[in-house]
Design a protein around this ligand. Sequence first.
Ligand code: TYD
Length: 209
Amino acid sequence: MFITLEGPEGSGKSSQLPVLAEWLRSKGYQVFTTREPGGTVIGDQIRAILSNLDNVSMQPRTEILLFLSARAQLVEEVIRPLLTQKTIVLCDRYADSTMAYQGYGHGVDLDTLRKLLDFATGGLYPDITFLFDLDIQTGLNRRRNSGGEWNRLDAYAIGFHERVRKGYLELAAAEPQRWIKIDAGQSFDQVQLDLQNALIKRLPIAANI
Ligand code: TYD
């Protein structure tokens, strides 16, 4: 089973992911966690290019193709092989990030992006996607205050982040059977409980329960 976590900056998905993975392991599932862009040696090199503050001249199409290159590598090298071994793959960001950020955020044609995503992923899409929905200003403040990585991608205007959020909400509304919306403005523990409760209803029965 392939599960992805999506949402704006500072929505907490990256801190929730390892806790969710541990909970799944305690239920007897084999779990693998990864993140995008990255997750492979090649992907991590691409990630460094994307987040390098010196790369101010990066063109939108270049950026898209770099995200897709990292993804193509991750799918073939890591995700697909694991899915054939009854492993739950939990991935921090995936194709929907490209739709939300490059499509809705930067205004790149959505149909073109869909075709590129089909090519890059070889048609592999998640079974379940969690949307960590959060007020934009709260997310950006959280991220700055936590002293987390503040990179070129975070530095865009608020309007951009608003479009990303709206994009996510539209994507989720278009495919309600895949998306589960989580209120990321709640406490850490409550968000984790919401994730677990939503998964309990969807997971196949694990080996030892
Ligand atoms: P990261 O430091 O991983 O941020 P976060 O903790 O919010 O996931 O940086 C990833 C950034 O890359 C984030 O701003 C979203 C952006 N992104 C895209 O614009 N398109 C994509 O396809 C992906 C995977 C990420």
